[in-house]
Design a protein around this ligand. Sequence first.
Ligand code: SAM
Ligand code: SF4
Length: 338
Amino acid sequence: MASLLTDSFGRAVTYLRLSVTDRCDMRCLYCMAENMTFLPREDMLGGEEMQRVAEAFIRSGVRRIRLTGGEPLVRHETLPLIRRLGAWLDRPEGMPGLDEITLTTNGSRLRDNAGALYEAGVRRINVSLDSLRPERFREITRRGNLDQVLDGIRAAREAGLALRINTVAMAGTNDDETDELIRYCGKIGADLCLIETMPMGETGDDRRNRYLPLTELRRDLETRWTLEPLTWRTGGPARYVRVGETGRRLGFITPLTHNFCEGCNRVRLSCTGRLYTCLGQEDGGDLRAVLRAGGSDQDLLAAIGEAIRHKPRGHDFVLDRDTDVISGPQRHMSVTGG
Ligand code: SAM
Ligand code: SF4
């Protein structure tokens, strides 16, 4: 089924990212402040409200949903929601339905949830992992436990979930570990995706000191690894190469050194029901207001359609070490999900 959701630049929206909570059991340096104030629970969409919005998107042509956060697995409604959305998988050709449901997680609760995720229909997940060194891992996440995450990754593999490891590459922080991460991913049969730090929300840490242009890192990797460019894409912003020595894919997400908006097929729903049509802008719509005013499915579809017609051409993040210019949305990544 073609997407009924096409923006004014002709981009069809087929991918929804659903942030199911702003809460998290970690406080990564680049993502959250140490003392985060989380949203009142009543501001967050309930499980049924999230389902209703997700189903409105599916009926309009969205084919993929990724649950994210905050940490999606800290919310008890997450698994039941995935189970209910799982009913939209494997629908007959030409009918509204989902090709996949995926999840981005910090892995802290993966050990206990991996099997249930697979049973609910998830086949592929992204796990964030910025370091393989316990102390450094704790410094970056401010409270994470590396062993717990590695156990979770093992459980995910045993459950049959395909894995992509996401690493935010930071100058002077973990940029000396990329080789180890490439080897680790080769060993466990996972893809690896390197991400540039994006200026989103105050975290109490000066991101300029950690900003690392991935073009630099890639040039450095090329001196030791055989990186074969791939045309393979997930419809997302990552550009991939294959690492000859491991056979695994290595992705680069470079919002600051490369504008990836021209093929953008996605929108994001915050845990409060605010629709963001661009990660780096404020444009969107308030779907919670429609739901809580007793709006019909038709009203919901109208609000979604209206927001998507105004989807911005692209983001304009700036993070410049030399000129000290830093600009991006005030909201944290955990509000809209990565
Ligand atoms: N808690 C889950 C996790 O960490 O995977 C899901 C949510 S987290 C916001 C999603 C992704 O966004 C993670 O891979 C994280 O590394 C990334 N992220 C968060 N803040 C970021 C920032 N300011 N710049 C770049 N990536 C960021
Ligand atoms: Fe939590 Fe994920 Fe943000 Fe880290 S990146 S603080 S794990 S939401």
